[in-house]
Each structure stands twice: as C-alpha cells, then as structure tokens.
Design a protein around this ligand. Structure first.
Ligand SMILES: [Fe+2]
Ligand SMILES: [Fe+2]
Length: 339
C-alpha cells in the first residue's frame, strides 16, 4: 500500500515517511497540496496524510473538498494532521471531507494504527462497489433514471456534511455516518425490483391502486435488508441502509409512507435522502414529466419545508446550491457522440 504524505514541515515529512516505510508502507512525500492532488488524480495512491496547516495555492480544506468533489474512481481516505485537542480544526476537517485525524506531535504507533485503519476502510471499497452494482441492477428496469443514484449519493453526502457543521447534530453525525449515508443511499429504491412493469413503467399518473402498489417499494426494500441484518445485526451500514429504504418517503408532517412517521421519528438518514431524492426527481426528466429547472425545484422544495421536508435539511440544501448544481452537471447523461 502506497501512502501520499503532504506537509510543508520537512522534519515532520521525514519522520512520517520513515515511520511508515519502517512499517512496510511505500511513501510518496511532497510539500505541496497541488502536487499531492495530481498524484491522487493519477491513482498513485488512495490514502493521503495531509497537514491541516498547509499553505499555498491549495490548503488542506480545499484539498479535501476537491478530492470529494471530483468523485475519483474508488474512495480516497484522508488523514489530517492537526494540533492536539483542536476540536474546531477537527470539525472543519470532517466537514471538508477528512476521514481521520492524527495529533501533532504524532506518536509513531498511533500513526501506523491510523494508516492501517485507512487501509481497512479502503479494502472495503470492493464491497462498496458491490453495493452500488446491486443498486444499479435494481434501477436498471427503469430506463429513465440515468445517473440518479450517483447524484442522490453525492447530494446526500453534501447535506450530511453541512448538518455536521452544526452543534445540534454533532452527536448524531460522525465521519462514519456521512460515509454510510453516501454508500447506502443508492439502495433507497431497491424494493422497486418487486414492482410490476405496468406500474413501474407506466407513462402517466398512477391510479390509487397502482400508487398503493408503488408505495410498497419502501417496505419491500427494508425487508430485503432485514434478511442481511438478521445475520449481521450490528453492521452499522446495514442499519442505515434499512433506515433509508424504509423512510425516504416519510414526511415530517406525518402524511408520508409507509408508516406515517413524523418529525424526529424519521431517522436523519431518511430525512436527508428525502430531499436529495426529490431534488433529483424534480430536476430530471421522467416518463411522466419534463425536467424542472433548479430554480423551480428549489421553490417547490422550499414550499414543502416543514410539511414534507425537515427545515434543517432544506436549509442545508439552500446553503449548498452551487455544489448541488456542480454535482448535477458532473453526473449528467450526455447523448453518445456519433461519428
Ligand atoms: Fe423511493
Ligand atoms: Fe430515487
């Protein structure tokens, strides 16, 4: 496993490199974040240790944000070097997309342990690809949805990151939560595999009976994940996957489905994916409607704040409009170029 280390302090850089090399890692050291970013883009390594105090054209938060925004193939694990006990730095780092921290001056054993932790997370990446493939398979019956899953997972992560920067969510949101929401949000509609074609592919409004059938995709999806949860009851990402599949159509005024939960009864993961999913549905072309513009979608979501959507999640959306547009642009299906 190769590790990229970026730090402007030559002594720290040498100390980290030596410690990791002695522990059997290959190390690429650099003193400039732009250079590190280029190496990551080239796929030299998916594990990065960066000093929080980086200066120059790209600082540490920008480095983290760029890595997350570019959606590089496979996950990039970021460890930030921060001053001991600087909670604000850690909060800012997590918000920017860091995975873990190492306090300076660092303890060599802790450094190796944290890098091994990153290595473990990255080894799970193949599992993540399998989860995504499963979600894609479920979605493949619906020809209109294109890159819906990619967009929903990026929107959801953005909303979770924004909420994390607020005091009242600090106890509910962790780096793991953000990662699991990102990973499992594509599963939100897996229950649709069991919905018959005449309902799923109907090119018009569903009648009451058909809509009742369509609504069952939430419980069908949750039941599928329950089978896995029975075998592995303590696996956090399965629990979050279940929350999302079961509750992404609940409304905070208690008129959603399938169980009419209200407000905080609806898990935070479900409240987050609800906004991400609806924004994407509104701004995408579907069998029964054209795509609305961002502005129209925004005003519709605003109008449903406090009834359909959690006001805090909508607020997180409104504060990240530009990033939503960037994700939308990035994951847009373009017609194939004919030569
Ligand atoms: Fe759904
Ligand atoms: Fe969806």
């Amino acid at each position: 496993m190769r590790v990229i280390v970026v730090d402007q302090d030559r002594v720290t850089l040498a100390l980290i490199s030596n410690t990791l090399t002695a522990a059997g890692f290959e190390v690429t050291a650099c003193d400039d974040a732009a250079e590190a970013l280029e190496l990551i883009r080239q796929g030299i390594s998916h594990l990065v240790i960066a000093d929080w105090e980086l200066s120059g054209k790209i600082n540490a938060p920008t480095l983290c944000q760029t890595i997350r925004r570019e959606e590089m193939w496979g996950y990039v694990y970021i460890i930030l070097l921060t001053l001991r006990n600087d909670t604000q730095d850690r909060v800012n780092g997590l918000t920017a997309g860091a995975d873990d921290f190492l306090a300076k001056p660092f303890d060599p054993d802790e450094l190796v342990a944290r890098v091994r932790g990153g290595e473990r997370v990255l080894s799970l990446d193949t599992r993540n690809v399998a989860i995504f493939a499963m979600a894609k398979l479920a979605e493949s019956r619906d020809p209109e949805t294109g890159m819906h899953l990619e967009r929903v997972q990026s929107y959801s992560r953005l909303l979770a990151q924004e909420l994390f920067s607020r005091d009242q969510y600090r106890s509910q949101i962790t780096a793991d939560f953000i990662r699991w929401v990102y990973l499992t949000s594509p599963l939100h509609d897996i229950g649709k595999v069991a919905i018959p074609d005449y309902v799923l592919l109907k090119p018009g409004r569903l009648n009451d009976r058909e809509f009742a059938l369509m609504k069952t995709h939430t419980t069908l999806g949750a039941n599928t994940i329950d089978i896995a949860l029975k075998k592995f009851p303590n696996v956090a990402f399965l629990q979050i996957a279940r929350e999302i599949t079961a509750t992404h159509h609940e409304r905070i005024d208690g008129t959603g489905y399938p169980t009419q939960m209200r407000e905080a009864e609806i898990p935070l993961s479900g409240r987050i994916v609800a906004v991400a999913d609806v924004y994407d549905a509104l701004t995408s072309k579907r069998l029964y409607k054209d795509a609305f513009s961002h502005e129209v979608a925004k005003s519709m979501i605003r109008a449903a704040t406090g009834t359909q959507f959690d006001p805090d999640v909508v607020d997180a959306f409104l504060r990240n409009e530009a990033a939503f547009l960037t994700i939308r642009e990035r994951f847009t299906e373009r017609p194939p170029i004919l030569t």
